[in-house]
Design a protein around this ligand. Structure first.
Ligand SMILES: *Cc1c(COP(=O)(O)O)cnc(C)c1O
Length: 237
């Protein structure tokens, strides 16, 4: 069901409480966790309502949809990010409009983001997306190829790697989920410990509506929540 603004208000507050509780269980606070709302299929007035409640990060996953809503977002109060699969030929349409591209999984894509950013005289922050469940037909770089990708992108002039992102397989239980989240945290800490030039490793983006508390307990410092905030999505047939 699509939600009313009252539902969104209620959901927003409840999620913030859950974030705080999960963060505190790991010796952190809600301020240490970036709560990004995944806004696909959600109309701008509803997104802006969430921003009026205090939401500070929003993420779209389709270029066309982002562009169609772009002028309507309240971007004075929120940061817009790209979280979906990105085709190289669409990069130039979003560079300069988004603060972070979370879904970079190839040198070719990173190179194009750098090229378009350089042209505009800016640097674009990116996350590298990892296919942590090694699933066929899923985007993200395979974990064992991550070092190679890091090496390929670290010297690009106009992108800055800020961390890692993952969409783990749908799991039957929390324990199984944690295995993927733990693997991500280990990769993240491992790379961070290497102190590679131009690689920041300060953002670990994982956890969605059904598992964001679990993800936080496993070390995520950015979660991407859609349906728990806005209600279940209707996809056009
Ligand atoms: C839709 C989406 C989410 C949020 O999914 P929910 O299960 O609705 O919370 C998170 N990340 C990405 C990349 C998405 O496309």
């Amino acid at each position: 069901m699509a939600s009313s603004l009252t539902d969104v208000t209620y959901n927003y507050r409840r999620i913030c409480e859950n974030i705080a509780r999960a963060a505190e269980s790991t010796g952190r606070t809600a301020d240490d966790i970036i709560f990004l709302a995944a806004t696909k299929t959600v109309e701008a007035p509803v997104i802006n309502h969430a921003i009026s409640l205090g939401l500070r990060y929003i993420g779209e996953n389709r270029v066309q949809e982002l562009l169609s809503k772009y002028d309507a977002y309240d971007l004075e109060h929120a940061s817009l990010q790209f979280i979906g699969h990105l085709q190289t030929n669409k990069v130039r349409q979003i560079v300069g409009k988004v603060d972070l591209i979370q879904s970079v999984d190839s040198e070719k894509l990173a190179r194009e983001i750098s090229r378009c950013s350089e042209k505009r005289g800016i640097t674009t922050d990116i996350l590298l997306e990892v296919n942590i469940g090694r699933e066929a037909n899923k985007s993200g770089v395979m974990p064992e190829l991550l070092p190679e990708l890091l090496d390929q992108v670290k010297d690009l002039p106009a992108v800055k790697v800020r961390g890692l992102m993952a969409i783990p397989p749908i799991c039957e239980n929390a324990q199984e989920n944690c295995k993927y989240f733990d693997n991500m945290r280990n990769l993240f800490l491992d790379i961070k410990g290497k102190n590679i030039d131009n690689i920041a490793m300060d953002i670990l983006s994982m956890g969605m509506s059904d598992d964001y508390e679990e993800a936080i307990r496993c070390g995520a410092n950015m979660i991407r929540v859609g349906s728990a905030l806005f209600g279940k999505r209707y996809y056009p047939a």
